[in-house]
Design a protein around this ligand. Structure first.
Ligand SMILES: Cc1cc2nc3c(=O)[nH]c(=O)nc-3n(C[C@H](O)[C@H](O)[C@H](O)COP(=O)(O)OP(=O)(O)OC[C@H]3O[C@@H](n4cnc5c(N)ncnc54)[C@H](O)[C@@H]3O)c2cc1C
Length: 406
């Protein structure tokens, strides 16, 4: 059987699903394709990772009708503490001092995924094909055609435009002939929930050490989401530690700022790569989310940035449709690219720059970053810029995320 639509979204992870929500009610015929089967398995990123969501992202998720489906209330971040092991200087950012209720909040990816799925189920106009895997594409000047593998057999979908939201190892990116710059950080990230004797409320910590960065995020019930980077050569040894030994390892890496760590929960591990697509568009196709760029998670920007990709794309498509334009045309896609590039470049620089700067033990660099930490602490305008960037208000902000733009 063959079907046709206006927008074909490949990948129903966090970003592709958000885009489907953003396009709802805008008069588009949308098909969303996700490879994992409904109910039997969740998309791989709907796991136990803790997502620090910028305030702009929380506003957008509320506007998309997703926020009300998140089961546990997002844990607010009202204070941020940044330090570097062995350097003098640290940064303390306080939301209230900046006239803000909070900088953002933390949700578990599994719960955000479930909320997105609940919202998708409410979208009666959406055709959600799951499980279905995109196998091949053919591009023409007038349309793009995709061949999907489904349990019922092959399905051909003809679309005015296609969105690749198929994640870091995007097969679509390759099929569209878009190369990617890959940087292996040679680091593995361990994520687990931990308790601590003196964890202050609503406080996120970011600590840079010679072995890689470490973060603690506030969670509901006074627990902390720990995110600990280790050089990949040591990953097997860390994986093999029992819970008590891993707790001691975390303590030694993080220090005693939140007192003694208590119980640590189940650990998951992620190998870290930066993957940056050379272009965001091809004929009648756009890359969004991790397919467009995958960042080091320590800056907590990946989904926030991907969501902004989705929101901007939705806005550009709606405006094009209202103006009677062909939504897959080069002109329309170029408008999306023009709006996304500055934010993308700034966020990549923020995330990768932090890892590079703080991962280096070269003495002059260490002095520089100590000076940088002190400067951030003493000069509110510098800190304000950092805060605006990480809250999602750094550049071109889409309508759906505008509630509290200062
Ligand atoms: C440990 C960790 C912590 C993180 N913390 C944060 C944080 O605090 N804040 C933040 O903003 N970001 C964070 N991130 C980043 C965030 O998780 C990602 O940016 C986000 O998941 C990207 O979403 P996506 O939809 O682009 O890709 P994915 O979530 O990877 O989804 C891609 C989807 O495409 C599907 N797919 C693939 N190929 C096909 C195909 N051929 N056909 C059909 N479907 C296909 C897959 O099944 C998958 O569901 C973190 C990441 C990690 C690893």
């Amino acid at each position: 059987m063959d079907i046709s639509c206006d927008v074909l979204i490949v990948g129903g992870g966090l970003v592709g699903s958000s885009l489907a929500c953003a396009l709802d009610g805008q008069g588009f015929d949308v098909v969303l394709v996700e490879a994992t089967p409904l109910r039997e398995a969740a998309p791989p990123s709907f796991d136990e990772r803790n997502l620090a969501l910028a305030e702009a992202s929380l506003d957008a998720l509320a506007a998309l009708g997703v926020g009300r489906h998140i089961v546990s209330p997002p844990a607010p971040i009202r204070h941020i503490h940044v330090s570097s092991q062995g350097d003098f200087g640290s940064v303390r950012l306080d939301a209230r001092e900046r006239g803000l209720e909070r900088f953002g909040a933390v949700v578990v990816a599994r719960e955000l995924g479930a909320a997105l799925e609940a919202r998708l189920a409410e979208l009666s106009a959406l055709r959600h094909l799951r499980p279905a895997r995109l196998d091949q594409i053919a591009q023409t000047a007038e349309y793009i055609e995709a061949l999907l593998a489904t349990p019922e057999g092959e399905l051909r979908v003809r679309a005015q435009m296609l969105v690749a939201a198929d994640g870091t190892d995007s097969g679509l990116r390759d099929r569209l002939g878009i190369g990617a710059e890959v940087h292996d950080y040679e680091q593995t990230l361990f994520v687990s929930v931990v308790t601590a004797a003196k964890a202050p409320a609503d406080t996120a910590y970011e600590r840079f050490t010679a072995q890689g960065p470490l973060a603690l995020l506030p969670l509901a019930g006074g627990r902390l989401g720990s995110v600990c980077t280790v050089p990949s050569a040591q990953a097997d040894a860390v994986r093999a530690l029992n819970d008590d030994a891993y707790r001691d390892f975390l303590q030694q890496r993080f220090g005693w700022r939140v007192g003694r760590f208590g119980r640590v929960g189940r650990r998951s591990a992620y190998a870290l790569r930066k993957v940056v697509a050379e272009r965001l568009v091809a004929t009648r196709a756009v890359l969004v989310g991790n397919a467009a760029q995958s960042l080091h998670p320590i800056g907590a920007q990946g989904f926030n940035l991907g969501l902004r990709d989705a929101l901007t794309l939705a806005e550009v498509l709606v405006a094009a449709r209202q103006a009677g334009e062909d939504i897959g045309s080069e002109r329309v896609l170029a408008r999306h690219v023009q709006r996304r590039l500055p934010d993308r470049a700034a966020t990549l620089e923020l995330s990768h720059g932090l890892v590079r700067l703080f991962g280096n033990s070269f003495a002059p660099l260490r002095l520089l970053r100590s000076a940088g930490l002190l400067a951030l602490d003493r000069f509110p305008s510098l800190a304000d810029r950092l805060v605006r960037e990480s809250m999602g208000y750094g550049s071109d902000v889409s309508q759906l995320a505008r509630k509290v733009v200062a």
